[in-house]
Ligand binder design. Structure first.
Ligand code: GLP
Length: 244
């Protein structure tokens, strides 16, 4: 779906998320959201915060699972996705603390695999993800599922692609400071969500958007696996759609 600009796109996504939250509230049930970081979803978070502050949208029945976190990474670091999520969303809405799940970047190597298995169990125990929001990296990654990630992959420790580390370099004051690894939900974890909303903004995403949407499904472009998802939508501004 093509949008006139990022603001209109963000309003549409936030409205869909708000509808789910209200619907579930009316049924006395929880709404389970899969959440991304990055510049792309920031407008959606802003709009959700506005709906909370100005229209009383209540997040008390919301359970969240973030897609990924750098590893190793302290949660309080300015580079962590933990901190990013607090500053850009959780500090401004009323998602209960105990309902917030973000991959732990500070575990020792020996503890990561068990953590990942438990993350998967927690998603299942919450009833699965209702809406998974996603951005896309220039490598075609979703979460941090870089090229080569299998369709069946689950939450795990991965190596970051050099392109991804280069794209993150400015925020870290140089590529050499970007972690080599990350913990991410797998492609399979993402594919299990009942609804997937993938967003891409800007001309720098146009080539990978085209390949993700128009090439054959391939592990070389993990986002291409979403072609087979029964309820996935790709939302674009005109710059990101330029090569379709
Ligand atoms: C990071 C995140 C992804 C995100 C991507 C694109 O690598 N792990 O989840 O989609 O960046 O970021 P941006 O939205 O800033 O372009």
């Amino acid at each position: 779906v093509l949008y006139r600009n990022a603001a209109v796109l963000a309003r549409h996504v936030a409205a869909e998320v708000a509808d789910l939250i209200r619907q579930r509230q009316s049924e006395g049930r929880q709404a389970v959201l899969g959440l991304p970081t990055g510049s792309t979803p920031i407008g959606v978070y802003r709009e959700l915060i506005r709906l909370h502050q100005e229209e009383g949208l209540d997040f008390s029945n919301v359970v969240t699972f973030n897609l990924d976190e750098y590893w190793p990474m302290e949660p309080d670091s300015v580079h962590s996705y933990h901190r990013w999520m607090r500053e850009n969303f959780f500090d401004h809405v009323n998602v209960p603390e105990e309902n917030i799940h973000i991959p732990d970047g500070q575990l020792s190597r020996g503890k990561v695999d068990r953590f990942c298995a438990e993350y998967e169990k927690a998603i299942a125990a919450a009833g699965g993800i209702d809406i998974q929001m996603l951005g896309i990296g220039r490598t075609g990654h979703i979460g941090f599922n870089e090229p080569g990630s299998s369709r069946a992959s689950r939450t795990r420790l991965v190596n970051l692609d050099p392109v991804t580390r280069r794209d993150a370099a400015s925020g870290f004051g140089g590529e050499e400071n970007v972690p080599l690894r990350a913990v991410t939900m797998g492609v399979g974890t993402i594919m299990d969500a009942r609804r997937v909303i993938m967003m891409a903004l800007g001309e720098h995403k146009a080539p990978i958007v085209r390949r993700s949407a128009e090439d054959e499904e391939t592990a070389e472009i993990p986002a291409s696996f979403l072609q087979a998802h029964p309820n996935a939508t790709l939302l674009l501004d005109s710059a990101a759609a330029a090569e379709l």
